[in-house]
Every structure is written in C-alpha cells, then in structure tokens.
Design a protein around this ligand. Structure first.
Ligand code: ACO
Length: 333
C-alpha cells in the first residue's frame, strides 16, 4: 500500500448486464391475477418484465453480466481480486452467491462475499469496494447486482407480483489511470425502524420454512407501497443532493441521472426535485420492472452502452430499498 493510496481515484472500468429471455407482459399477467395493463402502466410505468428459467439461478445471471463487464474492462477473470454480489434472492442462504460466481468465472484469486441491502445493494457494494481498493488492500473489484425475484413472489398477490422481475448487472472497479474518470462521492444510509415496510418474513431464523409457512406465502415479498413511495422520494432526493454537493457540482452539470427502477412516478418526482430535465434521467423499468439490486446496475450498463453519457461526463446514481436503505454515487465517467 503506497503512502498516498488512500487518495487513489477509483474508476468504473467496464459494465455488463444480463436479462433472461422470457418476457412476461402485463397483458399475460392480467390473465392469472386480478389486474390490468392499464393499472400497472398508470401506477408504475412497467409494461413487461423478464423471468428466469427454472434452472437459471441468481448466480448464473450474475456470471453472465460479470463476463460482459470483464470484457469491457479488458480484465481476465483470474485478474479479479474481489467479487461482491448484492442480492436478496441468493442461490442459497449459504454459501454466498458471490462464491458460486467466483467458481463459475474461474476467478480463483478473488475474495468473494454477498451484501444484503435490497435495491440499494449495488451502490452499497460500490462504496465498500471503492474503499477496499483505495486503502490499498485490493487492486480491483467486480461488483454485481443480481436477483431472481420471481422465486420469492406470491403470484396470487397483485400488490407485489406485478412490480418485480429478474436480471443482473455488473461493474468492474479499479484504480484510475491519469485521464480516466472516478467515483467522486458516495452516500449510504439505513433506517431500521422501517423494516416492516418491505419484508420477506419467512425463510430465515425468525420464521423457518415449514409446510404451513410456505402455504401462507411467508417466503414471498410483502410491501406497504404507499409508505415506501413517500420514503423513497425523500431519501433519494437527499442522498443525491449530498453526493452532488460533495462533488461540487450543480444540477446543470449532470449529464445523466440513473435512479432505482421501481416506479416511474418516483423517478419523475426525483427528477423534478433535483431540477434535472426528464431527458437526462435514464429509465428502463418499462422493460424489466423492479429487479431490486440489479436494477441500477442494469440501467448503468444500458445507459453507458446506449451512449447516454461519455468519457468525462458527470452522472449520478441513486437508489432506495428494503431495510429501509438508500444510497447515491456521483461518478465522473
Ligand atoms: N392491479 C389492480 N389493482 C391493484 C393492483 C394491481 N396490480 N395492486 C393494487 N391494486 C388496488 C389496491 O387494492 C387498491 O384498491 P382499493 O382502493 O380498492 O383498496 C388500489 O389499487 C390502490 O392501491 P394503492 O396501493 O393505494 O396504489 P398506489 O397508487 O399506492 O400504487 C404501488 C401502488 C405501485 C405499489 C406504489 O405505491 C409504489 O410503487 N410504491 C413504491 C413501491 C416500491 O417502489 N418498492 C420498491 C422497493 S422493493 C425492494 O426493495 C425489494
């Protein structure tokens, strides 16, 4: 560790994403649960979502997204020193999904572990890995948001099953070379008093899976949508403002805001409160729904590959999720 390594700038060297092939449209969903395309689009902006195959797990999607990020970064799997997977839908409670990914990639030098911060997990991973690289302990890191939410939904509950989808997104972090961009500022936060607002009550030590619990769908997501909505707008605005201020930027400087993809009305409210025009806010939730930890990672990859920002541009990522948790990052590309 060099004397000034704690001041080292950390750069996003590559991104990747993967979405399962199977598309589930609102129209199709409305044949099995009491809902309609009109209700879902008006309330959320979601038109369709992707559903992983039965034998396609969170780690498989994570691996596919990671391979694309590694390719763009020009790194081989064996060069990776750290793998962190953000997920609330791990392949197994233990071992960590990151261990499965390490094996799948053949990244035998990497330390691998998971982070559980729901939809905020990818930016939690970004902050943790940025620090682990900048303090000199690691040269690089592969951070991944990956979810197979379709395995943890009550498909008879219209208040949740219409909202979510499956997918994965990844990014490679490493020390910046001169002329490369950097992660300028990060912010993470938690309010454990609000754990009840989004929960998957069963499957842990508090409520082990039994036949009765499974029958009651206790291993599926539950959510107090309206309360979550208010919280999301307030906390995302505050988190984004903090990183913008710490970076010394103004709203006009920002080329692209990449928010958590949960609800178009939440995204519009954030854009409005940050005074960033809608055309500079990236949205893909109409195609994928809410993919929790994967959502902002997939959006970052699609925005980057789609030319929504370029080298030197300033971007802001901002998320919220169960916990309740929130996070933001200001990144110079
Ligand atoms: N189809 C048709 N009707 C529905 C559906 C549906 N899919 N879901 C609910 N309704 C009904 C309700 O039963 C209710 O009917 P009622 O008035 O007769 O009681 C009515 O629609 C209104 O329901 P609300 O819950 O008040 O609808 P709201 O406008 O609040 O929208 C929504 C609900 C979309 C969930 C919204 O509150 C929201 O997006 N909240 C934020 C949730 C979120 O983003 N969570 C992300 C975090 S998840 C994580 O971290 C893993």
């Amino acid at each position: 560790m060099s004397a000034n390594s704690s001041k080292a700038a950390i750069h996003i060297a590559g991104t990747g994403s993967y979405l399962p092939e199977r598309v589930l449209t609102n129209e199709e969903l409305s044949k099995t649960v009491d809902t309609s395309d009109e209700w879902i689009v008006t309330r959320t902006g979601i038109r369709e979502r992707r559903i992983a195959a039965e034998d396609e797990f969170t780690s498989h999607m994570a691996t596919k997204a990671a391979l694309k990020a590694l390719e763009q970064a020009g790194l081989a799997a064996e060069d990776i020193q750290l793998i962190v997977v953000a997920t609330v839908t791990p392949d197994t409670l233990t071992p960590a999904t990151a261990c499965h990914v390490q094996r799948n990639l053949g990244a035998h030098r990497a330390v691998a572990f998971d982070i559980s911060a729901a939809c905020s997990g990818f930016l939690y991973a970004m902050k943790v890995c940025k620090r682990m690289i900048s303090d000199g302990a690691f040269e690089n890191a592969l951070i991944i948001g990956a979810e197979k939410l379709s395995s943890f939904l009550n498909w008879e509950d219209r208040t949740t099953c219409v909202l979510f989808g499956d997918g994965a997104g990844a990014a490679v972090l490493r020390r910046a070379q001169p002329g490369e961009g950097s992660i300028v500022a990060t912010e993470i936060g938690t309010d454990g008093n609000l754990t009840r607002l989004i929960e998957m009550p069963g499957g842990g030590s508090a409520c082990p899976i039994t036949e009765k619990n499974a029958h009651l769908h206790l291993n599926a997501f539950t959510m107090q949508g309206k309360e979550v909505f208010k919280f999301a707008v307030t906390r995302m605005k505050e988190a984004a403002e903090k990183v913008i201020e710490r970076a010394g930027w103004q709203a006009d400087d920002i080329a692209c805001v990449i928010p958590h993809q949960a609800n178009l009305r939440i995204i519009d409210a954030i854009a409005d409160r940050l005074a960033v025009p809608n055309e500079r806010v990236f949205v893909n939730l109409h195609k994928y729904g809410n993919t929790s930890a994967a959502a902002v990672a997939i959006a970052l990859d699609e925005a980057q590959r789609g030319g929504r920002f370029h080298r030197g541009d300033r971007i802001v990522l901002v998320v919220f999720g169960a916990g309740l948790t929130w996070a933001a990052a200001a990144v110079e590309w």
